[in-house]
Design a protein around this ligand. Structure first.
Ligand SMILES: Nc1nc2c(c(=O)[nH]1)N[C@H]1C(S)=C(S)[C@@H](COP(=O)(O)O)O[C@H]1N2
Ligand SMILES: [Mo]
Length: 258
């Protein structure tokens, strides 16, 4: 994308953010809307600084970390997940649906047969550690193009198998499911991939088997593991607590640009 087109795109985005901010302030949840408008503004400024299609730095094979810390969920106990794992994901199907013309389901073998991208990138966790790893998988944009987004589509939501409250403290299982979301700029970014391999080997359970997303310009929590469903939506309001992700629902930044 050239600079002029980027500026035009960026301004259009800013306009949309400002509009939705006003709409919400006019509504009942004024306090929350003010917060959201602030976050939209931050996102807009980050976008101006980063440019939408700027690539995350890629590294050499020799720079791959000897140890890449597994973090967050590392061994989901979800019954459906355990069953799929026991048969090495033979009947696993990633579902792609929501605001699309052609919803579909796809197996790990079919994902592996797609044109893949391999990238060696640095993962930065919000907790303050980083690690360099090599990731391989098709670009998310290939899956989205196959599904054909409807005109109202604005976000892509990733629903995962793992429950963040496996101790069973919460009465509502769904309230603690891990999920994340991206807007279309990041969903279509060339380095946003559905990874099936890490460092040249099938993803280990600890790192998100059978499929995880890699989103390289954002903090680690924006790269959901244990993908179950990819859902295209117009608004994030009705999903989880409405802030676009498990950690954003706990108060973390939704955009989380590095
Ligand atoms: N489904 C799911 N995805 C997740 C998490 C999680 O707990 N569940 N943790 C996130 C966080 S905070 C980080 S740092 C990375 C860790 O990825 P890794 O285990 O491959 O190091 O996964 C992210 N994606
Ligand atoms: Mo993290």
């Amino acid at each position: 994308m050239d600079r002029r087109r980027f500026l035009v795109g960026g301004l259009a985005l800013g306009g949309a953010a400002a509009l939705s901010g006003c709409d919400q302030i006019a509504g009942a949840k004024a306090g929350r809307a003010a917060l959201q408008a602030g976050e939209d503004a931050t996102t807009f400024v980050q976008r101006l600084l980063l440019t939408p299609q700027k690539m995350a730095r890629e590294f050499a094979e020799s720079e791959i970390s000897a140890h890449f810390k597994p973090n967050g969920s590392t061994d989901p106990q979800d019954a459906e997940y355990r069953k799929l794992l026991a048969e090495n994901f033979a009947s696993y199907r990633l579902k792609v649906g929501g605001l699309v013309e052609k919803p579909f389901e796809i197996s790990v073998d079919e994902i592996r047969a797609m044109t893949a991208r391999t990238q060696i990138t640095r993962h930065d966790c919000v907790e303050g550690w980083s690690a360099i790893g090599k990731w391989t998988g098709p670009q998310l944009l290939e899956l989205l193009q196959r599904a054909q987004l409807k005109p109202q589509a604005r976000y892509v939501v990733f629903h995962c198998f793992d429950n963040m409250d496996e101790g069973g403290l919460s009465a509502d299982e769904d309230a603690s499911r891990y999920y994340e979301s991206l807007d279309l700029v990041d969903a279509y970014h060339p380095q946003t991939i559905v990874a099936f391999e890490m460092n040249g080997k099938p993803l280990e359970v600890a790192h998100g088997a059978p499929l995880r997303l890699r989103v390289e310009r954002q903090l680690g929590y924006k790269s959901p593991k244990y993908l179950k469903v990819i859902e295209v939506v117009e608004s994030l309001a009705e999903i989880g607590s409405g802030r676009g992700g498990y950690w954003p629902d706990q108060g973390y930044d939704w955009y989380a640009g590095i």
